[in-house]
Write a protein that binds this ligand. Structure first.
Ligand SMILES: [Zn+2]
Length: 183
């Protein structure tokens, strides 16, 4: 007697909860979609466990990549940086590159003034635009002024939602139990 595997199983792949649905009608194709925040992967029932596991990992990576593409791109971020520099810093901060990074776990943003590069944590994606703008402006100001002395804060004091944005980020850090700072 052949062992029958359950038709629907929950599994966790790379921190993502996945519902794997096995269908006897499905012959070869594998597909995936989001349903109420959960990822559903449809696989042919006749697939071996090893094959299925491999496909599920592939589909999780594929969905994650396409979701990321839909979020703000580095190009959008660069354009926004130049706008903010013009509006609040007299256009004096001119970054050589501005990009999203996913490997930054302890800071919202960072910059290398010597190289003029700015990096923003992709954890900011999905947060309100005025919060992302604040982090971007903060890093832009560091291109002109290192450290957090009075001169630094004077540079960005014109940003209308400065305190609100800082409060928002502190709130998120505290809720998530993260030591993320807006440095
Ligand atoms: Zn800072």
């Amino acid at each position: 007697m052949a062992t029958t595997r359950r038709e629907v199983v929950q599994t966790v792949v790379d921190g993502v909860t996945v519902e794997v649905r096995r269908s006897a009608k499905r012959r070869r194709t594998v597909s995936a979609y989001r349903q109420e925040g959960q990822l559903v992967v449809l696989v042919p029932a006749r697939m071996s466990a090893a094959e299925e596991g491999e496909w599920v990992r592939t589909m999780v990576a594929r969905v994650a990549a396409s979701e990321q593409r839909r979020q703000r791109s580095d190009g959008d971020l660069e354009r926004r940086a130049l706008e903010l520099s013009r509006e609040h810093l007299g256009g004096r901060a001119v970054p050589s590159s501005v990009r999203w990074v996913s490997n930054q776990s302890s800071r919202w943003g960072s910059c290398t003034p010597a190289e003029g590069t700015i990096r923003l944590s992709d954890k900011l994606q999905g947060m309100p635009g005025w919060v992302v703008d604040y982090v971007l402006l903060h890093e832009l100001a560091h291109l002109l002024q290192p450290g957090h002395g009075p001169q630094f804060w004077r540079l960005i004091e014109g940003y209308p939602r400065l305190e609100r944005a800082r409060g928002y980020l502190h709130g998120v850090s505290a809720t998530a139990g993260l030591g993320l700072s807006d440095d």
